[in-house]
Ligand binder design. Sequence first.
Ligand code: MRU
Length: 343
Amino acid sequence: VLVDGIPYRSLWIADGAVHIIDQRRLPADLVTAALNTVEDVARAIREMWLRGAPLIGVAAAHGLALAVRHDPSDAAIERAAALLLGTRPTAVNLRWAVDEMRAALAAVPPAARAETAFARAQAMADADAETCRLIGEQGLPLLTAGERSEVRILTHCNAGWLAAVDWGTALAPVYLARERGQAVHVWVSETRPRNQGALTAWELGKAGVPHTLVADNACGHLLQRGMVDVVLVGADRVTAIGDVANKVGTYLKALAARAHGVPFYVAAPISTIDFGVGDGSAIPIEERDGREVTELAGTRLAPEGTAARNWAFDVTPATLVSGVVTERGVVPATTDGLERLRR
Ligand code: MRU
């Protein structure tokens, strides 16, 4: 992606270090950070210097490469894997990436592991970018305006290039539509408490995509008034039967979309599908510090002593999902639909 004319990805390797955009500083400042050890990578994932399911996976792969450069033994790989797997529980891409790396490293002797690890991590980053571009191609036909000149899309959280390596998932069809001259407008929900909507607004602004930021609670109103043609969100985990874990608040949007007859699509790479889990209630839901709810940018909002719970994700049942947009096609959120992607 180009940001003010400069090509960027959300993660890259330079001078032996893994470089990322420090997303905690956006949208105010575009600042990068260099990660030199697996501990650095684990901290960056846990503290959300970087975030988004595909990017968490790719970052974990790079974390393993850094660990292996330091110590290529089996024991060191297992320690690094455990450290990375303990950072955030919901996005299954993390486990997927760690498993891929483990398998690749098990197949080569310790002396060759560092080279293999960096090559595999780099290949995973490149593959993620291409996968997301294909999600864009597959999702583009869903952006239909009907009688109007522009398609009005509602999205939640940030499922753009910042959440992947390039392109993004839910935003990939939007960027492609824009590139091909189709008029779009994106409603961006704020996404309290971490305000990932601001990241989406930043991305869209840099790409020249017309958009409007709204409070999370305004989305029912938008859907009720017929101001949305399609809801398009990302996912942190899709189960074998099509239940979808995504940023908390996604479920309410899916309910409102169904109530008002608006299609609700989930865009995700196949690596986000967890074929080992059926019912979405089995997905581990990350619970974060309650201060993210009682405070805003360090300023206390709630009375001292107020209890707060802070679930970072919720589960939208498959019955509310119009389809899952993957790199290999748009499939129904059903066992049969998703199973097709495995063949
Ligand atoms: O807590 P985050 O910011 O990591 O949550 C991100 C999301 O919920 C995204 O919608 C999801 O990972 C899809 S990203 C392409």
